[in-house]
Write a protein that binds this ligand. Sequence first.
Ligand SMILES: *Cc1c(COP(=O)(O)O)cnc(C)c1O
Length: 398
Amino acid sequence: MALQDIIQRDKIYFMNVFGDRTPVCFQYGKGMYLWDTEGNKYCDFLAGIAVNALGHCHPRFINILKNQLDKVIHTSNLYYIEPQAKLAEMLVNISCADKVFFANSGAEANEGAIKLARIYYKKKNLPHKYEIITLKKSFHGRTLATLAATGQEKYQKPYSPLMPGFKHVEINDIAALKDAITPSTCAIMLELIQGESGVYPVNGEYLSEVKKICEENDLLLIFDEVQTGMGRTGEMFAYLHYGIEPDIFTLAKALGGGIPIGAVCAKEPVASAFAPGDHGSTFGGNPFACTAGIAVIDILLNEGLVENARKTGQYFMEQLTQLKNKYKAISEVRGKGLMIGMEFNNNDAKMIAKKLFEKGFLVGCIGTEILRFLPPLIVTKQDIDALINALDKVLSDY
Ligand SMILES: *Cc1c(COP(=O)(O)O)cnc(C)c1O
């Protein structure tokens, strides 16, 4: 189908929540590259918003998926599922968690985390503890509960009244956090690097204080690692950079390498608060999705992709910082590993993203001021050099 026909059908038949998208439709992918309907080639520095950690159509990944398709796709959680048991074991082995539950998306994983925090205190005979403190500019998902958790009014406004039980405080502000705690508080939930709102990292001293406050006040610490998890930041999980373990953390995005899956990971005794009937899912943790998760972890580990994210991420950051020193329009470059934001002190980020697109590079854009880079973890220095050259040209041309 020609691009115009696709766009026309989208406008007529698809609910218009995404507005005018970038006018392109990708037909094929391989590694770092995508090809559109006209055969144009793009180098992908967005990875489907941090999803395609292995790049596009990684040969081993595709083989493993094809094999599973020939066996069985879905059986339901009424029965035991081999890939589900295996993926749960793998996640426990590589993280601080003792048990895992599988959902289908980031929002759903966070819903599970919120429910787990609430039921944990109900079962401890502290039913008055239900409120969760999250951060301003956070993003936890689009369901009604995760929308209430998300600290951004623009997403919440159309859906009031919001689900009760959430409070939002400024990032890296311990006093504000302490002020927000009441006898109703049961948990603090945060992203270690806020992704969706602009790549804002939590600082180390703040996180140490948060951990201490949680211990002193009997609060659970929940990390939303939906975007930062699975090697994105140069460690398998971002909490490893800080040396601070959460009671609960959530995963999604890269976990399935493009196949939808989310995970709620928790330490004991929190994990065992979920008893039969307390939570569930029809699709969650099905054989196909879990096979994808197993393959993603195997390939990340066997091909040294987390290490590659750390090394190439550092190189990328250095190169972007050199551009910052060269161009006054760039006010800051921040992030970790392959999760990087470049902030402009004008409103040109959208225009720059568009010009990069015309040069065959896909990058993200947050508002009008921030470019974000989330390349697949297979990215090489050469790919980064090509992007930097293109960006340098775009910046010197205006
Ligand atoms: C993307 C994202 C979500 C939502 O994930 P969905 O799969 O879109 O529901 C939640 N939290 C964070 C930190 C995210 O980046």
